[in-house]
Write a protein that binds this ligand. Structure first.
Ligand code: GSH
Length: 217
């Protein structure tokens, strides 16, 4: 049987994207920074062979390695049986891909890299978050959320079309983290469309209930 391993830490939002696709398609997989029982150092030599910029996740399939979460989830969906997370129609597939790209780049950067990571890995004096940087980056984060809300209002319960797709898998780990932000850093209210969408996905998809959990450790 094909051996699938996601080289990632459990709290990585992009690692969780790959994990959600495995869970949704019921692909047997393992996940962690140890491969075949041996720790592979983050940003070490082997990691850089797999990913030239030393990012996680890396997908290991038997003796092959694939980096970049967008490539990883497209491959998982194309290669493995189970529910299809991409439409058959080439135009719809390309439009889904467009959305996945926007989510993995501009939207993820605005929400996670430029806003939330300031709280998780504070770079201010005495290890405090740089509040001025967060304040400056907040409008871009709110704009990203408003774009996602527009998509949610146009689609039928999901981020693309009427079923769970690669767009939901790409968006949910970041959006889940956004829903966990507490005042004064919160970006969404509990009655917002995004909050309700994340809650609904957790209630209706076992994959989301398992993967969208608070960061451990
Ligand atoms: N474009 C990459 C981004 C991956 C990424 O930024 N991963 C983060 C963890 S969520 C990471 O490796 N951060 C460590 C670093 O940037 O050095 C992808 O889609 O896989």
């Amino acid at each position: 049987m094909t051996k699938v391993h996601i080289y990632s830490v459990a709290f990585s939002s992009f690692g969780r994207v790959a994990q959600l696709v495995c869970e949704e398609k019921q692909i047997p997989y393992s996940m962690g920074m140890a491969v075949n029982g041996e720790e592979v150092p983050f940003k070490g030599e082997q990691h850089h062979v797999w990913h030239p910029y030393g990012k996680i996740p890396v997908l290991l399939v038997d003796d092959k390695a694939l980096c970049e979460s967008t490539s990883i989830i497209r491959y998982l969906d194309a290669q493995f049986p189970g529910v299809k997370l991409t439409p058959q129609d080439p135009w719809l597939a390309a439009k889904l891909d467009e959305r996945v790209q926007l989510l993995s780049s501009y939207i993820n950067h605005a929400l996670i890299r430029d806003y939330m990571l300031e709280l998780i890995f504070p770079k201010g004096p005495d290890g405090t978050p740089r509040l001025d940087v967060m304040e400056a980056n907040k409008p871009a984060a709110l704009r990203a959320l408003s774009l996602v809300e527009t998509w949610l209002s146009e689609e039928a319960g999901y981020l693309f079309g009427s079923t769970f797709s690669l767009a939901d898998a790409m968006a949910l780990p970041s959006l889940y983290y956004v829903t966990q932000l507490k005042a004064p850093f919160s970006l969404v209210n509990e009655d917002s469309a995004i909050f309700r969408y994340v809650q609904r996905m957790k209630e209706t998809h076992a994959s989301c209930a398992k993967v969208l959990v608070p960061k451990q450790g």
